[in-house]
Design a protein around this ligand. Structure first.
Ligand code: NAD
Ligand code: LMR
Length: 329
C-alpha cells in the first residue's frame, strides 16, 4: 500500500554510471509504484559533488510529480537520515582482466562506515540493497557493522544474472523471455555463480525438457551467464550500467510485490544455513515474497552436477569472508 508521506531512498554513487540510469527510474515511480512520493538522498564522495549537482539539475528538469525532494550530500549521516531504502551502488567498478573480488581491498572499506551510518541514522523499516562489487561480501561487511538491523533487511544483487540467464534460455528455446520462470542464481555474483537451469521452467515445463541439450546447459549456458559482465566490460570499456540499474528496479519490485505462482526472485540474502549454505554468508538463493516478507524457497533438489557448482561458489564466498576478516564488525 503506497503511503502519501514520501519514502526516503538513499542511492550511493549517485553521480556514477548506474546512478545516471537508476535515479530517473526511481523518481518516475518505477521503483516503489506510481502513487508513492519519494525523497532521493544522493550520497557521493567530495570529488564527485560537482557532477552530482548536474544530475540534480536534470532530475529537477524532469519535473517528476512523485519527487518530493532531493538531498545531495557527501555526509554519511545526512545521506542515510530517515532512509527506508539504501541502495549501495557507490564503489569502484572492475576493469578488463579483473575478477570482481579483486575489488575487495579497494571497495571493502567503503561498507564499514556506511553500515555504521545506516544503523545510526536510517528509518526503523530500512532495507539495504548492495550493488557495488563484490556485492555479496560488501553486503556482509556493511551488515556486520549494523547488527541491530534484522537479517531479513539485507540484500545483494544477483538479479542481473537472473535476467541474463532468462534471456539466454529464451533465445535458445526460441520463445519470448516472458515464458521463462523460476531462474535462480545460487551463490556469489561472480564467475562461480550457478544459474540453476535444472529448476527453471519454459512455458511451464522444465527447462532441460524444452532445451534437450545437456551439454549446452551445463557448458556454454553457464559460462555465458558467469562471464557476461566481463564481456560487457570488454566491449564497452565500462561495466554494465543500464542493465544493472534495471536489475536494481526489478530486485526491489520483487521484494515489495508478491511473487507469481511457479516463479522465484534471485536475491543474495543472509544465509541461515538453508541448503547447507554456511550461516551468515550473503548467498544468492531463490526467494519468494509475500509483498511484505521474503523467504527462501524450500524443497528444491539438485543433481550432483549442480551440487558441485554450488559447493564451488560457496567455497569462494567463504574465502572472500576470510579475506575481509579485518573489516568485519
Ligand atoms: P562508476 O564508477 O560509474 O560510479 C561509481 C560512483 O561511486 C562514482 O561516482 C564514485 O564517485 C562513487 N563512489 C565511490 N566511493 C564512494 C563512497 N564511499 N560513497 C559514495 N559514493 C562513492 O561505477 P558504476 O558503473 O556506477 O558501478 C558501481 C558499482 O556497481 C561497481 O562496483 C560495479 O562493479 C558494481 N556493479 C554491480 C553489479 C551487480 O550486478 N551486482 C552490476 C553492475 C555494476
Ligand atoms: C556485471 O555483472 O555486469 C557487474 O557486476 C560488473 C562486472 O564487474 O562484471
Amino acid at each position: 500500500m503506497a503511503s502519501t508521506s514520501p519514502v526516503h531512498v538513499t542511492v550511493t554513487g549517485a553521480a556514477g554510471q548506474i546512478g545516471y540510469s537508476l535515479l530517473f527510474r526511481i523518481a518516475s515511480g518505477q521503483l516503489l509504484g506510481p502513487d508513492q512520493p519519494i525523497v532521493l538522498r544522493l550520497l557521493e564522495i567530495e570529488p564527485a559533488m560537482q557532477a552530482l549537482q548536474g544530475v540534480v539539475m536534470e532530475l529537477d528538469d524532469c519535473a517528476f510529480p512523485l519527487l518530493a525532494g532531493i538531498e545531495a550530500t557527501s555526509d554519511l549521516k545526512v545521506g542515510f537520515d530517515g532512509a527506508s531504502w539504501a541502495l549501495l551502488v557507490g564503489s569502484v567498478p572492475r576493469k578488463a582482466g579483473m575478477e570482481r573480488n579483486d575489488l575487495l581491498k579497494v571497495n571493502g572499506g567503503i561498507f564499514r562506515p556506511q553500515g555504521e551510518a545506516i544503523a545510526a541514522n536510517a528509518a526503523s523499516d530500512i532495507r539495504v540493497f548492495v550493488v557495488g562489487n563484490p556485492c555479496n561480501t560488501n553486503c556482509l561487511i556493511a551488515r556486520s557493522h549494523a547488527r541491530e538491523i534484522p537479517d531479513d533487511r539485507w540484500f545483494a544483487m544477483t538479479r542481473l544474472d537472473q535476467n541474463r540467464a532468462a534471456i539466454q534460455l529464451a533465445k535458445r528455446a526460441g520463445v519470448p523471455v516472458s515464458d521463462v520462470a523460476n531462474v535462480a542464481i545460487w551463490g556469489n555474483h561472480s564467475s562461480t555463480q550457478f544459474p540453476d537451469f535444472e529448476n527453471a521452467t519454459i512455458g511451464g515445463r522444465p527447462a532441460p525438457e524444452v532445451i534437450d541439450d545437456q551439454a549446452w546447459l551445463q557448458g556454454e549456458f553457464i559460462t555465458t551467464v558467469q562471464q557476461r559482465g566481463a564481456k560487457i566490460i570488454e566491449a564497452r570499456g565500462a561495466s554494465s550500467a543500464a542493465s544493472a540499474a534495471n536489475a536494481v528496479v526489478d530486485s526491489v519490485r520483487s521484494i515489495v510485490t508478491p511473487t507469481a505462482p511457479g516463479d522465484c526472485a534471485s536475491l543474495a540474502v543472509i544465509s541461515h544455513g538453508e541448503y547447507g549454505t554456511p550461516e551468515g554468508l550473503v548467498f544468492g538463493l531463490p526467494i519468494r515474497s509475500t509483498g511484505g516478507t521474503c523467504h527462501v524457497v524450500e524443497g528444491i533438489t539438485h543433481s550432483d552436477f549442480a551440487q558441485q557448482k554450488i559447493a564451488a561458489t560457496t567455497e569462494e564466498l567463504e574465502s572472500e569472508r576470510a579475506a575481509v576478516a579485518d573489516l568485519l564488525g
